[in-house]
Design a protein around this ligand. Structure first.
Ligand code: ADP
Ligand code: MG
Length: 354
């Protein structure tokens, strides 16, 4: 059974960067404004992530690493959040099957922090002879998750990893993208052995400033901006369907988008495409292809753009059957929305070049 659990966990956690993505999302879900990541050996030896979010209640710690735990947590009163954002309570559980997982956490209401260790979904004792329960310790408000010896018991996963430096650059890439999307949150990432961080962003910035800091001036000085979306009209056929869901707000937006993208003066070798749907970093080959086609009309052959796109789609329209950890996402009216995004960028690029 534990082998099956490990294989299942390996489907969710592919490499240090995919573990980190899950952990980052948890920090952001917890309302953190400061997130500090510490890495050893490309995250294979140690991946530690400290936030100043809401913390986890002591009472929730015993079941924290059980699968599908989310709805059982006392902090989790809002069940609709589970279906809306695809919360499934699988990330920490998976990590406990393929690594040594420790948690130090403190809520505002608690007088001290609590530390707990997990193995194969279960709370385990920190030292032999001690009973398996959280131990009080010193700590600030917020949560620190410590992942040690990732894939120590899954040799096939371990052997599929690249060098420590390559895994580390994937970690930096994930943090960089979340830092662009969350400019009000301060992110720091460093290697254990190094005194200075490799990535550090201020809190309370804005997306273009974050792009300048993280992707450089040549991108930042050539950025265009567009904010657009679609509103449901009261006279539309499915108008009454809308009303059922949110009475009295027939003109609320069905979807909205915000984009920062380079103009025709910027040319890169490879497309950099940051796509967030409902605050989650995802991939969409369809949208990427469509936008590359738009740019092929304004850029010379072989030149590529930088595009940051944040989409808000009614969660009931996002395919909840697709596993949330699958990065490739699908949603209702994907074709129509993609067309409108392409049109908007095309018009914006065209008016800039006049
Ligand atoms: P999910 O995010 O799908 O609920 P996870 O396994 O990622 O599942 O996390 C399980 C639960 O643990 C979360 O729902 C949350 O209640 C709690 N949790 C995890 N990380 C943090 C954190 N950094 N701060 C506060 N709570 C957290
Ligand atoms: Mg999560």
């Amino acid at each position: 059974e534990s082998l099956i659990n490990r294989i299942a966990a390996g489907e969710i956690i592919h490499r240090p960067a995919s573990a980190l993505k899950e952990l980052l999302e948890n920090c952001l879900d917890a309302g953190a404004t400061s997130i500090r990541v510490t890495v050893k050996d490309g995250g294979m030896k140690l991946l530690q992530i400290q936030d100043n979010g809401c913390g986890i209640r002591r009472a929730d710690l015993p079941i924290l690493a059980e699968r599908f735990t989310t709805s059982k947590l006392s902090t989790f009163s809002d069940l609709s959040r589970i279906t809306t954002y695809g919360f499934r309570g699988e990330a920490l559980a998976s990590m406990s099957h393929v690594a040594r997982l420790s948690v130090v956490t403190k809520t505002k209401l608690e007088t001290c922090a609590w530390k707990a260790h997990y193995l194969d979904g279960l709370l385990v004792e920190g030292k032999p002879g001690q009973t398996a329960e959280p131990k009080p310790c010193a700590g600030n408000d917020g949560t620190t998750i410590i992942i040690e010896d990732l894939f120590y018991n899954t040799p096939t996963r371990l052997s599929a990893l690249r060098s420590a430096s390559e895994e580390y650059s994937r970690i930096l890439d994930v943090i960089t993208k979340y830092a662009v999307h969350n400019p009000k949150v301060s992110f720091v990432c460093k290697k254990v052995s190094s005194p200075s961080p490799d990535l550090s962003t201020p809190s309370s910035s804005e997306v273009p400033q974050a792009i300048r800091l993280l992707y450089g001036h040549s991108i930042a000085k050539n950025l265009l901006h567009a904010k657009f979306g679609s509103k449901s009209k009261p006279d539309e056929e499915d108008g009454d369907k809308e009303e059922q869901l949110e009475p009295g707000s027939a003109d609320r937006e069905l979807w909205s988008a915000e984009a920062h993208f380079t103009n025709a003066n910027y040319q890169s070798k490879k497309t950099v495409f940051l796509l967030f749907i409902n605050q989650r970093l995802v991939e969409s080959a369809r949208i990427k292809r469509a936008l590359e086609a738009v740019y092929s009309g304004v850029l010379p052959k072989g030149a590529s753009p930088f595009i940051y796109l944040s989409l808000q789609i009614n969660p009931r329209d996002v395919d909840v059957n697709v596993h949330p950890t699958k990065k490739e996402v699908h949603f209702l009216n994907e074709e129509g929305i993609t067309d409108q995004i392409s049109d908007t960028l095309q018009r914006s690029l065209a008016s800039q070049s006049q």
